[in-house]
Design a protein around this ligand. Sequence first.
Ligand code: GDD
Ligand code: MN
Length: 266
Amino acid sequence: MTSTMASRTSTRSRGDGEKYTVLLPTYNERENLPLIVWLLVKYFGESGYDYEIIVIDDGSPDGTLEVAEQLQKIYGEDKILLRPRAKKLGLGTAYIHGIKHATGSFIFIMDADLSHHPKFIPEFIEKQKEGDYDLVSGTRYQGDGGVYGWDLRRKLIRNKRHLNHGCINQCRGANFVTQVLLRPGASDLTGSFRLYKRKVLEGLIERCVSKGYVFQMEMIIRARQLDYSIGEVPISFVDRVYGESKLGGNEIVSFLKGLLTLFATT
Ligand code: GDD
Ligand code: MN
């Protein structure tokens, strides 16, 4: 008993007083939010790092915010912070809005649809400490990383339904084109499961001009340009089960425009 207590205490001190803020943007994630929050609480709790979760809901018509309010009652106002906006204003600005309220010295950004599993959180933190990296990026294209939840046919054949359904193949293509053009020095450019030093994220967000699909990529390319150090952690990306991807065909057009802009300006 005593030894369990002791080991628990030593685990709890592992955070060294560091606090981690998770920015969780949501749009119609009523079914996913309770589970992602439960998993975050579980993995942060087990690893002993101090944390807060900021939910940035953009007026989801499915009642995501009401679910978030319930979760706040369950886990406490110090752990779950709600920073809603009145309407859907896009992912990039959701991060800008969320970071203003963050009290952690490190910031995680991740999707709320369970595509990004909180079990990887301790690995991000350990990787960051290992090299004192400015940012750690989850990668689907290195080590044990990968993409799951798609049958072979959908992986091989691109059809319209496919294009509207998510960004897995687009991401792979986008990633490849960008690797060739810009040589950014990171293997997963469009992925958005990342850990940043807070100051680094603030600085990068200020510099980034794109707001849509290309935003994650611009962040990492500018990070490299500014000589920030980048660590990578292999992650599995599971396509969402509930709800639909909010990134559609139009996003691909703006992605290409954004890519050209980056190519011309960086
Ligand atoms: N607050 C807010 N406002 N949240 C939003 C908005 C918005 O306008 N649009 C989307 N979200 C939230 C979703 O609820 C989800 O938690 C997260 O942002 C990602 O949205 P998805 O709709 O699940 O995106 P995706 O799966 O197509 O694309 C994801 O993977 C790509 C790489 O494969 C995103 O992470 C992309 O950034 C990434 O490039
Ligand atoms: Mn998704």
